[in-house]
Design a binder for this molecule. Structure first.
Ligand SMILES: [Zn+2]
Length: 248
């Protein structure tokens, strides 16, 4: 989960374009493949968990203009896909909800259409970057359906969602489903593929303080546990239970 690709020391969630390029190089040098969010969702639904080994999905929250100017050229060079989660009522405006990046411009509608034309997919991050658990039912539904409709208007047919501030509640998750989204992305956490909740998919937060060593270790400690890894863990648990029983 990236946000802004910029050199902004005031914004912890920005990553410089040099670092971003270095991270993508590390991924390809180490055999990771960047896939679309829809690939991930299809594999989870089909329970083909082995297809997810060494696969990475890139997402960008908020829709900063620097995605268009700085991230897109790096992605295009590599033919790598990404999903950008837009604050649909604020296209062409500024990220007023983020004190650190308030000067940061958001993509205009033309820029959004241009990234879509270049193979990027679009998602909703609500209409106004709302903190959904604080809203009543009608306000929440409006944030979700207005932004969902806007995605269609921008040419996106695959409807996906990312929770602003990473904030959700069981009531929010149910409303996201009811509004017609195919899946939703949370912040942090991790899960097992076999019991994946596709409306609370975990993500790794990228920050400007994350060095390549930390980046590497976070990828090795995958947020989504595959079937093979789960099996190894279960076998190790069993061995240790047998060992402790025999010790007892
Ligand atoms: Zn956001």
């Amino acid at each position: 989960m990236y946000h802004s690709i910029a050199d902004n020391p005031d914004d912890l969630y920005s990553v410089t374009v040099e670092t971003f390029r270095e991270q993508l190089s590390w991924l390809s040098d180490h055999g990771f493949e960047i896939v679309t969010l829809s690939f991930l969702l299809q594999a989870l639904r089909a329970r083909s968990h082995g297809d997810l080994l060494k696969k990475v999905v890139l997402t960008f929250d908020d829709g900063y203009q620097d995605f268009f100017t700085d991230a897109l050229p790096v992605l295009s060079d590599r033919g790598a896909p990404a999903t950008v989660f837009l604050v649909t009522d604020m296209l062409g405006g500024r990220a007023l909800w983020n004190g650190a990046a308030a000067r940061g411009r958001l993509m205009t509608e033309d820029e959004v259409r241009a990234i879509k034309a270049r193979g990027m997919s679009l998602g909703s991050h609500t209409a106004t970057h709302a903190n959904l658990p604080l809203l009543d039912e009608a306000e929440m539904l409006r944030e979700l359906t207005d932004s969902c409709d806007r995605l269609g208007f921008l040419g996106e047919s695959f409807r996906v969602f990312s929770y602003p501030w990473g904030q959700w509640s069981p009531r929010v998750v149910e409303t996201v489903k009811a509004a017609g989204y195919e899946c939703a992305l949370a912040v942090g956490g991790w899960m097992r593929t076999a019991s994946a909740n596709t409306y609370l998919l975990p993500r790794v937060t990228m920050t400007r303080e994350m060095g390549l060593k930390d980046f590497r270790s976070r990828l090795m400690r995958r947020p989504i546990e595959t079937g093979a890894r789960r099996l190894c863990r279960a076998l190790l648990d069993k061995v240790s239970r047998v060992a402790s029983a025999s010790e007892g």
